[in-house]
Design a protein around this ligand. Structure first.
Ligand code: AMP
Ligand code: MG
Length: 403
């Protein structure tokens, strides 16, 4: 059986080998957060566009601003002011943060290190050439490539685009991820369940995970555990970039997802991974679309989505697959797990101590959603470990929505 690393790599390799460039659309920069950029953004001018003062103080000739010397202050330069006249010898000029340093001045002395009496300014320290000045063009030259296609747009990238006047950005369209839950016992969340029915929470959590991963969820509701209903809804799901199913992939008599997908000509790259929860997870290709069959137990669905579906969404969105953001933490309580499978246990990571501490939460297994309200990560227990003593450094997979 594949390890989760091998299975994840298979998803990445297979998705990459069939990639085509996604369609694009032009979005206002203010609506582009977490989209993938499909164009180059270049500097429209020098950055900074002038020699910029980084402090409130006095612009001077450095060699004149020696300790205990005094210079005559001839005025002030506010941020945004135009400056043409060079600074005359023996003078200084008051300057604000973000203002243009005048020609001939080669340093700015912080106001905190000066004394003022009338128009005489005395310096507490020697002045070094170039201090507190960011030279014109030192951050970027006109025409420099600042953002490239395939980059994920975070707040800093949006600020860069805004800085160079790119008010609209050409972005890749989000990949469309069809979500189909399965199960005769599953009812819509707006209905009152019968005594042995359950509400369709997986379709809700999956849509949220799709959004977080940068995709566009397409909810297809629930299919009954019957070939005809499953076939009809899978047919609809295959019209989108990715089809994610929940439930119906285990060994039960009514777990029909693989059988029905096969009847559509699906080719499977794996149908089990050595993890718990999530072992019966299925990944394949059907009519050149990616298909994931995730186990129906809600925590299994969540873990397998994060491990296997998220990187496929990255790649189909025009970006590289983000690595799993595994962290190291100190185990605060000893663990006893059955070996053979890599376990992903709901856990809580705390930063109260000098280093991060993690403890597994008591839970009722992969159907127990209620425990997740206090879990901000999954503790990763390697397949070859039975007992892990408190104090050992362990690997932790953060929940991307809360950490
Ligand atoms: P399955 O993978 O179909 O064998 O389902 C495993 C468990 O997950 C069962 O207890 C199901 O009732 C539960 N389950 C299946 N689908 C959903 C769903 N959409 N929402 C919440 N729980 C589900
Ligand atoms: Mg089922």
């Amino acid at each position: 059986m594949l390890s989760f690393e091998q299975a994840r790599q298979l998803v990445i390799t297979d998705t990459q080998s069939h990639l085509t460039s996604p369609p694009t659309s032009l979005l206002p920069v203010t609506d582009s957060l977490s989209h993938i950029l499909a164009q180059e953004i270049r500097a429209d001018r020098e950055y900074p566009p002038f020699n910029r003062s980084t402090r409130d103080g006095y612009a001077v000739r450095a060699r004149e601003g020696t300790k205990n010397s005094a210079l005559r202050c001839i005025g002030e330069i506010k941020a945004g002011d135009t400056v043409f006249a060079p600074l005359d010898p023996g003078t200084c000029i008051q300057i604000m943060t973000g203002a243009a340093v005048p020609p001939s001045a080669d340093a700015v002395v912080m106001i905190e290190f000066t004394r003022r009496s009338g128009d005489a300014v005395t310096f507490d320290r020697d002045t070094q050439p170039r201090q507190n000045i960011v030279p014109q063009g030192s951050e970027a030259h006109a025409g420099d490539l600042l953002l490239h296609p395939g980059l994920r747009l975070g707040f800093a990238e949006l600020a860069i685009a805004a800085q160079v006047g790119a008010s609209n950005l050409l972005c890749y369209q989000k990949s469309r991820v069809a979500i189909l839950s399965t199960g005769d016992e599953v009812v819509p969340i707006t209905e009152t369940p019968g005594p042995f029915h359950i509400r369709n929470s997986n379709s809700v959590s999956l849509a949220a995970q799709v959004r977080l991963a940068g995709g566009q969820p397409v909810p297809l509701g629930n299919a009954l555990d019957r070939v005809d209903d499953l076939s009809a809804k899978i047919e609809l799901g295959l019209q989108h970039d990715i089809l994610v199913l929940s439930g119906g992939v285990s060994m039960g008599k009514y777990d029909l997802v693989e059988t029905v997908l096969k009847s559509f000509g699906a080719e499977f790259l794996f149908d089990a991974v050595a993890i718990r929860p999530g072992k019966p997870v299925v990944f394949g290709r059907c009519r050149n679309k990616l298909v994931f069959g995730l186990p129906g137990n809600p925590v299994s669905t969540m873990v397998t989505f994060q491990l296997f579906v998220a990187p496929a969404i990255d790649l189909l969105s025009g970006a590289p697959a983000r690595p799993l953001p595994l962290l190291n933490a100190t185990l605060s309580q000893a663990l006893h797990e059955k070996s053979g499978l890599t376990h992903f246990l709901p856990a809580r990571l705390e930063w109260s101590a000098a280093s991060p501490l993690v403890h597994a939460l008591p839970w009722q297994g992969s159907g127990d959603i209620a425990t997740l309200r206090s879990a901000n990560c999954f503790l990763v227990v390697p397949a070859d470990r039975h007992d892990i003593p408190a104090g050992e450094i362990v690997s932790v997979l953060p929940r991307p929505d809360v950490l």
